[in-house]
Write a protein that binds this ligand. Structure first.
Ligand code: FAD
Length: 475
């Protein structure tokens, strides 16, 4: 058996269901796990403090979990290709195992690492991990990538799913000079904000268990009501890989078998489809890396957005004067997470009421969200701005209609806008009825725009770009 392999962790901060770790432990006598703090990522100005916190705490737990098995996880800082070559050379490691990623930066980085390791005579083993089915394995009859969700889902969901990998029972690690490595404190100052989720693999497993015991079976009935605890809250765990997607899928299959009746199964199937959306947006980014920079619908690069910074700042602070929008932005600013229904509402509001570029909102979300993830965030924003893949008929959310439908008792609005707590429900879900005097009495902002007229302006601009798009398609 060859002697030593390195397992390079990135967004797979767990022992269970970890293909790179499982393979390295199977093939090598000793395994050293490493996390490289990459200044190119940590130093970006859209890195949310909540995500750095989640990363640091999850890594700290992973270090303890490795130690419990007799293994070791070390941390270093620097350019990954350089760091891994130095480490492999110093320790005499024969191979580096790591799980794949589909983001454009990660793919370039990984290619560089593979080449640098080859130059140093060290084998690189990228392992398929981040998707249930690699992007190249799900194609249309013409061998092309899907750009619409429903046919993608039909093809994708019919494929047999890979089973989770077991965690190694014991590990052996080489003794290494501690001076070479750094402490996790180098990941910045402690986070003082509140989070709805606890970082780390154990918390991820518990959350999945808890969700599958009950809420999963009522998912579809409750998922759009932000005042209720109807969704899994697993997004940060899926982002950082403190839970593996194969393990999550396997749980849905077990839950299916245990489901008391068709009604529960129908609810569960909707949750599986949400996991399908996660997969779809990653799949799209894998096939079209340029999505990170521009809209899928090229003509919409020319959309005449306004660039009003003051309106943008009010949207960020949750001071638009539209209670459902403001409640959501305050939720984001307070707990670094926002309910999916509200992500759609505030994204529609930014792009179609305030007429601001979707990229501004996309970036603000990345600066705040604990689950901020390029593919899901970019996909969500492009969808909401009607510029992305899977084009649906043009949809503009009316914040009051949304509030009446999904927060009919105004519980969510009151929770995040305490200044409006004494106001009648009927008023809260129909803020058009707020007079200027009423707003000042409650210290609540005047409406930033008038929804109806902004909608008309948006539709007119959209119609013009859409006709250019049609001309380009036919020429
Ligand atoms: P659940 O409803 O329990 O869903 C389970 C899992 O499925 C989620 O954890 C997530 O991994 C995945 N999922 C669910 N819905 C979607 C979706 N529409 N697109 C992609 N994956 C989905 N999700 C992120 O993980 N990171 C983001 O940065 C992100 N930004 C978004 C921005 C916008 C404008 C929109 C409209 C959506 C965004 N989403 C993002 C998708 C979705 O809002 C979150 O995944 C969801 O709210 C997380 O809560 P949950 O874990 O309780 O989800």
């Amino acid at each position: 058996m060859p002697s030593l392999a390195i397992v390079w962790h990135r967004r797979d901060l767990r022992l269970q269901d970890n293909p790179a770790l499982a393979r390295a432990a199977e093939q090598f006598q000793q395994v050293l796990a490493v996390f490289v703090i990459d200044p190119a990522i940590i130093g970006r100005d859209d890195t949310a403090p909540a995500r750095v916190h989640f990363l640091r705490e999850s890594l700290a737990e992973l270090q303890r979990a490795y130690a419990n098995l007799g293994g070791r996880l070390v941390v270093c800082r620097g350019e990954p290709a350089e760091q891994l070559v130095v480490l492999a050379r110093t320790l005499g490691a024969e191979a580096v195992f790591f799980n794949d990623d589909i983001e454009p930066y990660a793919r370039t980085r990984d290619q560089k690492v593979i080449e640098a390791l080859a130059g140093a005579g060290v084998a690189a083993h990228p392992c398929a991990e981040i998707l249930l089915h690699p992007a190249a394995e799900v194609l249309t009859g013409q061998g092309k990538p899907y750009t619409v969700f429903t046919p993608f889902w039909r093809n994708w969901s019919a494929k047999p799913k890979p089973r989770p990998f077991a965690a190694p029972e014991r590990l052996s690690a080489p003794s290494v000079e501690t001076g070479t490595f750094i402490s996790l404190d180098e990941l910045g100052k402690p986070f003082s904000g509140k989070l709805l989720v606890t970082p780390g693999e154990q918390a991820g497993i518990k959350l999945l268990d808890h969700f599958c015991e009950a809420a999963l079976y009522r998912y579809d009935e409750r998922r759009d009501h932000p005042a209720e605890p109807g969704t899994s809250l697993l997004s940060a765990h899926l982002k950082f890989g403190t839970i593996g997607i194969r393990a999550v899928w396997q749980r849905t299959i077990e839950s299916w078998r245990k489901a008391p009746a068709d009604r529960e199964r129908a609810n569960l199937a909707v949750w599986q489809q949400e996991l399908g959306w996660r997969e779809f947006y990653k799949y799209e980014l894998a096939h079209f890396p340029e999505l990170a920079e521009r809209p899928f619908r090229r003509a919409f690069e020319q959309f005449p957005y306004d660039h009003d910074r003051e309106r943008f700042e009010r949207w960020c602070r949750g001071e638009t004067g539209f209670p459902f929008v403001d409640a959501a932005m305050r939720q984001l600013n307070t707990v670094s997470w926002m309910h999916n229904r509200l992500r759609m509402v505030v994204a529609s509001f930014l792009t179609k009421d305030l007429l601001l570029p979707y990229q501004w909102g996309e970036r603000y979300f990345m600066q705040k969200l604990v689950d901020g993830d390029l593919s899901a965030n970019n996909g969500g924003w492009q969808w909401a701005a009607s510029v992305g893949t899977d084009p649906k008929p043009l949809r503009i959310f009316n914040p009051s209609t949304q509030a009446r439908r999904y927060d009919s008792e105004a519980t969510y609005i009151r929770r995040w806008l305490p200044e409006l707590a004494p106001v009648d429900t009927a008023m809260l879900v129909e803020s058009e009825r707020f007079s200027p005097l009423f707003r000042s009495r409650y210290g609540y902002p005047q409406a930033i725009v008038e929804h109806k007229s902004q909608q008309q302006i948006f539709k007119e601009r959209y119609r013009q770009i859409h006709s250019t798009e049609k001309q380009a398609d036919t020429s």
